[in-house]
Each structure stands twice: as C-alpha cells, then as structure tokens.
Design a protein around this ligand. Sequence first.
Ligand code: NAD
Length: 323
Amino acid sequence: MRKVIVLGASGFIGSHLVHRLKTEGHYVVGVDIREQEFTSATPHEFIQGDLRDQQFTQSLFNQAFDEVYQLAADMGGAAYIFTGMHDADIMHNSVQINLNVAEALKHTPTKLFYSSSACIYPEENQLDAAHPNCAEHSAFPANPDSEYGWEKIFSERLYLSYARNYQLNVRIARFHNIYGPFGAYVGGKEKAPAAICRKVAMASENDVIEVWGSGQQTRSFLYIDECLNGIQRLMDSEVKQPINIGSIEMVTINQLTQMVIAISGKTLTIKNIDGPVGVNGRCSDNRLIQDLLHWQPNYPLQTGLEHLYSWVLKEVTGLSSNW
Ligand code: NAD
C-alpha cells in the first residue's frame, strides 16, 4: 500500500484516479479547490484549498507521500480555451499551481506525475487534418495554438528543470482528449464527446444537432480507464521524458457525432456552424510509448462512447447514476 496525494482530485480525471488508487488498496489524500460534482469516489482524506497559495501547497507536504499526481489546472473544452476569454486566468492560475508544486517537492524522493497535454504541439504540424504530426520530438520549436498549450509546455520545462537541478522525480504525460462518464457535460468547460452526447441526448427525433467548425477537423479520444492504465505504466517506469498518452483511432468530429447519434438510435441531422475548434487535425503518435513502455491503449471508441452516452443520458433525463 502506498500513500498518495491527488491534486485536482475533484476533477474529471482526478476523481477517476482517486477511485482507481483506492480500489488498488492505496491510502489516498485528495486536494481540490472545490468538492466533487458527479461521483462518490471520495478519497480517504479530502483537503479543500487553493493550490495557487504557496503556503497551503507547502503545508500539504508536511507529511510524506510516496506519489503525487498533479492534475489541478484551470482548463476546459474548446469554448473555454480557444475563445481567448480566459487566457490570462488559464496561464496565471496553472503556472502558479505548478510553481508551488515544483517548489514544494524539490530535493524530495517523492515521485511526481504531471499531466501535460497534446495542446503543446506546434500548430503548423496539425494543419493537415488527415496527417497531423504529434510525435513527442516534434514539440520544438514550440508553437502551440492556445495559451493553454503554452502554459503546459512551460510547466513541462519547469518540472524538467527542477528534475535537472533539484532532483525532482517527475513523470510527464501528454494526454490526448480523455473522455468518459463523471466529467463536465454542460456549463462551458465540457469537451466535444460529452457536449455531443448532451446535445444528442436532449434532442427529439428528427432534430438538427449543431456541431462547431466544418466537422472535418480530426481528433483521437482516449477512454478514461485507458488513461489511468497509461498513468500507472508511466509511474511504474523510469521514463523521464514527456510521453503521449492517447489513442490512435482518429475520427472527424462529424464522424464522432454520427457514432453518438447511432448509439442513441435517433434520426438526427448534423449542422456545422461557426465556433471555437482548435487545430485542423490531432492524433496521438504512440511509437514512443510502445517503444519505451511496450504498451499502448487499444480500447475502442465505440465502446467508450456507449458508456459516456448512457451516463450523459441519465444525467440530462434526471436519473441518478453512481459508481
Ligand atoms: P478538470 O477541470 O476536470 O480537473 C481539474 C481540477 O483542478 C478541478 O477539479 C479544479 O477544481 C482543480 N483546480 C483548478 N484550480 C485549482 C486550484 N487553484 N487549487 C486546487 N484545485 C484546483 O480537468 P481534467 O479533465 O480532469 O484534467 C486533469 C489534468 O489533465 C489537467 O491538468 C488538464 O490540463 C490535463 N489534461 C486533460 C485532458 C482531457 O482531455 N481531460 C487533456 C489533456 C490534458
């Protein structure tokens, strides 16, 4: 049994991670600025507080942990990170959190996991929707298409410099569009799979579903359980360089929408409208993870969407759902 702390424990990935770590028998402390919204996956100990506060963050580590999972960030879907409306907060809040965490853990043997993002990859490598380049070594020269991506690449380098100079024991994953139940599906911070499930779940027969952009932009989506498997494999390894954790099952956003419509059994029409969309194409490149960890995710998008749709349907039709 390990003693672990999850920062951002009330978030989508954080709450799933708390559940997984508890199920594996570890003692889990969770930290977040807010309480959990959707799940009953509570940590053994929950500490509510603001990780932007250096004293608060430092105080968490008055006790020793075997592992720290740093998932706290000011983030959301396209409406949150691609409109420019939240750029200053995104950069300020997340940098502040990461500075505090790095400082609190320097010169400790504690193993730290940091959740970076596919959003760090240069915009020019993702212009061709059919052939995006998200190989890890293509990250530099850096040119992310959002301030969210710039913050992530800064924080990667922050942690790597603390590893170099202060023996910080860090593992860094670049997540590619993680999805699944118990995450935001409404309110402005939801991402494409949950937002599309909500629109489809709320639609009546023969309705029109609005989808942002041309619908030809491509992405790959990784089911939450596989994300947790990837985190675990990375944490159990000695791989110190940033590594993609994502799926290689690339679809257009309209194809994703069609899959959800088919799952719903409804007859609906897609209408593509103007909206914040991000890069034209993005898909995980799994050659490095396969080489270094001898593993890559293989969970089918179809199955994951069935789980997500059934959860969102219950949420929007008022039926309760729980682990
Ligand atoms: P989320 O927004 O659901 O969770 C983030 C959590 O951090 C929230 O519960 C939030 O309250 C907490 N938080 C924010 N500011 C805080 C503060 N000042 N003090 C304490 N807690 C604070 O996001 P998520 O989808 O679970 O993502 C987790 C991590 O993975 C984030 O770092 C995110 O950038 C990264 N990531 C996620 C995805 C994805 O597809 N979900 C993709 C790439 C990277």
